[in-house]
Design a protein around this ligand. Structure first.
Ligand code: HAM
Length: 419
């Protein structure tokens, strides 16, 4: 038997209600905040991700699904959406349409990470990106949107972590101070961190290996190295979060796994998912549009891990089943034809109706109606059809009425209005 690829998964009908609920709640919220939906391709030229996410990140170094197409061009299944949205923003000159643009998108991403609970090789994200707003208040609004969404989904066991990664003015000083600190740690760092230390020292702060985490307890904090502008920007973020009543934790180790960030970064973390604690992450990326050959444009955004959020919401409530309201149990050819006509029309009118296409015995059709949890069964037998009647059975009470075929539409209308 051909099986799923490792790290990929099916989302089965029993789980889909939760996904639809999350996607619906998120879209409605985004629309209220002036975001417009955008859809971008699942594949891009590899160079787009290498340049934007950064050559020295785990994603670009070892997690991308990259392959030559038939002409030999290197293409990559998108590991995230921000780079593609920036590419689309520049390519379609969207900055010329309006100086402020807000987009959201929902779709699959691909990273070849080691699969475990909450970590997949194809996973889904809900992304929000804002272009053209330099004010840190927009970062606060993004965090507010995230917390509101989680609240509407009854996900309350979460904590917002925030940090500032400075700007091209002040970050090099911090990088230098951190590199000098790391040199002294020699054997206490894992092999990966010893390598990262040279090329991208901030990445070391992100390491999950316990001995590295311990060795870094006294590492210098980026917050002590911010320039005046970055410090003021981060103060504004914290004050505005406070005034909105959002509880947050300032986390000097929050460096995120992508290189394009500047200033405020944030993550929403939870204890509900074991090792995979981040439900959402994001931050400001003021240099990226320019770096990808667009105009100098401030930008900020976030992505929610939809698989992870669905798991948390799913732990809270079993998917609400939607059983058919009416099941047409038909005997004989003519009965089946008649049932088929009715069922098709009822579904079209918004009444969840089902039938059995197998022409099986009445007993097995009733059994199936019961299993599906149908509220009513309409029994259409050869004899009844000759007499011009059908039997309507209320499955809860067992009550049965014979009604004339001409009354079926009216009766079903009553059921629809009562359902
Ligand atoms: P990220 O932190 O790499 O950020 O991913 C965002 C979220 O996607 C994570 O917090 C997590 O919930 C989910 N996620 C990531 N990898 C996996 C995986 N292998 N399996 C399941 N879920 C996963 C970004 O992707 C940035 N583009 C976010 C952003 C948008 N920053 C600014 N704008």
């Amino acid at each position: 038997m051909i099986q799923l690829i490792r790290g990929f998964k099916d989302i089965l009908p029993g789980e889909i209600d939760i996904w639809q609920q999350i996607e619906g709640t998120a879209s409605a919220l985004f629309e209220d905040f002036g975001f417009k939906e955008i859809r971008i391709p699942v594949m891009e030229r590899t160079e787009l991700f290498a340049r934007s996410i950064g050559e020295d990140t785990d994603i670009v170094e070892k997690e991308m699904y990259t392959f030559p197409d038939r002409k030999g061009d290197l293409i990559t299944l998108r590991p995230e959406a921000t780079a593609s949205i920036v590419r689309a923003y520049i390519q379609h000159r969207m900055y010329a349409v309006d100086s402020v643009q807000k987009f959201y998108t929902i779709g699959p991403m691909f990273r070849r990470e080691r699969p475990q609970k909450g970590r997949y090789r194809q996973f889904y994200q809900i992304n929000a990106e804002v272009f053209g707003v330099a004010s840190p208040l927009i970062d606060v609004q993004l965090i507010f949107i995230l917390m509101t969404l989680l609240n509407r989904l009854d996900v309350t066991d979460v904590q917002a972590h925030i940090n500032s990664l400075g700007c091209p003015e002040c970050r090099p000083n911090y990088r230098q101070a951190l590199a000098e600190f790391l040199v002294k740690l020699d054997d206490r760092l894992c092999a990966d961190c010893r390598r990262r230390r040279e090329r991208n020292p901030l990445r070391v702060l992100d390491c999950k290996v316990p001995s590295c985490r311990e060795a870094l307890t006294d590492a210098p904090s980026i917050l002590d190295h911010l320039c005046d502008d970055c410090r003021q920007d981060f103060d504004t973020v914290q004050t505005a979060l406070d005034r909105l009543g959002i509880v947050f934790l300032t986390d000097k180790r929050l460096v995120r796994g992508l290189d394009y960030y500047t200033r405020t970064t944030f993550e929403i973390q939870t204890g509900a998912l074991g090792a995979q604690s981040a439900v959402a992450g994001g931050g400001r990326y003021d240099g990226l549009v320019k770096m990808l050959d667009g105009p100098d444009t401030p930008a900020t955004g976030f992505a929610i891990g939809l698989d992870r959020l669905a798991e948390i919401v799913g732990q809270k409530k079993a998917a609400a089943e939607k059983p058919p309201i009416l099941f047409a149990a038909a005997l004989g050819d003519e009965g089946q034809q008649q049932a088929f006509q009715w069922v098709s029309r009822w579904c079209d009118q918004g009444l969840r109706a089902e039938m059995d296409f197998g022409g099986r015995s009445l007993k097995s059709q009733m059994k199936r109606a019961d299993k599906l949890g149908a509220a009513y069964v309409m029994i259409i037998g050869d004899n009844e059809l000759v007499e011009g009647v059908v039997i309507l059975r209320n499955m809860k009470t067992g009550e049965q009425v014979r009604i004339a075929v001409e009354e079926v539409v009216e009766k079903v209308g009553e059921i629809i209005s009562g359902s």
